[in-house]
Design a protein around this ligand. Structure first.
Ligand code: GLP
Length: 240
């Protein structure tokens, strides 16, 4: 069994700075890097730091290609709760990323999305968060480790966690498009950021428990180059 490297930082800010450094190094080494991007509250600090580095001239993004992990179904691309809106607001609009190099999974476009990743040469670095139930992207518990980009049904827990972006639970989408677990594991390097005590159980279960569909993040144990970065609150339940 391969074990992901786990880096525990005292604070969320220190963990965010560490993840940002890996992203900056990746782009510095390869200006046409292919980045797998994630959304969620955890990532806001990452994009803030990347934008700052970009503005200070140290981060060329014009030749980078991006593939976002997931997007809700049945909402307009400019809906305030859409991940496209999140990415535009926190990152894309504040950089010179070429819009034609930005990709999101879309209903009916699953095969084209997977093909676009292959044509780009594969993902160099995939950024991941983790849901309270261990989900990565929108691969909820029960997702097959061999799953590819597809439409998924969101669990009540995940919809509740994201309801504030939609005003109410009723208005929160029930379905989403997500990269599959196998799509994520194809990335040459994977880096998962978890901060806050509410991620404690999911994270401990992902690294100490067996690899199983019940905790999608446990799939990282199968990746030869996975790094888990967390703060001490999220790391509190880990034994290894
Ligand atoms: C969301 C996203 C995931 C994200 C996770 C945690 O629903 N689909 O990609 O990693 O849930 O989000 P947060 O960082 O807000 O806790």
């Amino acid at each position: 069994m391969i074990r992901p490297v786990i880096a525990v930082h005292r604070t969320a800010e220190e963990a965010e700075a560490a993840v940002t450094s890996v992203l900056i190094e990746t782009i510095a080494r390869k200006a046409d890097a292919v980045l797998g991007l994630a959304t969620g509250k955890t990532m806001i600090g990452i994009y803030h730091r990347l934008v700052r580095a970009h503005r200070h001239g140290g981060l060329p993004l014009a030749r980078a290609t991006t593939f976002n992990l997931d997007e809700y179904c049945d909402i307009a691309p400019d809906h305030p709760g859409a991940f496209r809106t999140y990415m535009r607001h926190h990152f894309f609009a504040k950089t010179n990323i070429d819009p034609s190099r930005i990709h999101f999974p879309a209903e009916g476009g699953e095969a084209a999305f997977e093909r676009a990743i292959r044509i780009a040469g594969g993902i160099d670095l995939q950024l991941l968060g983790i849901g309270r139930n261990g989900h990565i992207g929108f691969n909820e518990p029960g997702s097959s480790l061999t799953s590819r980009t597809r439409k998924v049904h969101l669990t009540p827990m995940t919809r509740e966690a994201n309801a504030e972006d939609f005003g109410s639970l009723e208005r929160t989408p029930t379905h989403a498009m997500t990269m599959g677990i196998a799509t994520i594991l194809d990335a040459r390097r994977v880096i998962l950021l978890a901060t806050g005590a509410h991620k404690r159980h999911a994270l401990a279960d992902a690294v100490d428990g067996p690899v199983r569909a019940g905790n999608p993040a446990s799939a990282l144990q199968r990746h030869p180059n996975a790094l888990i970065v967390c703060d001490s609150a999220a790391a509190a339940g880990i034994e290894v």
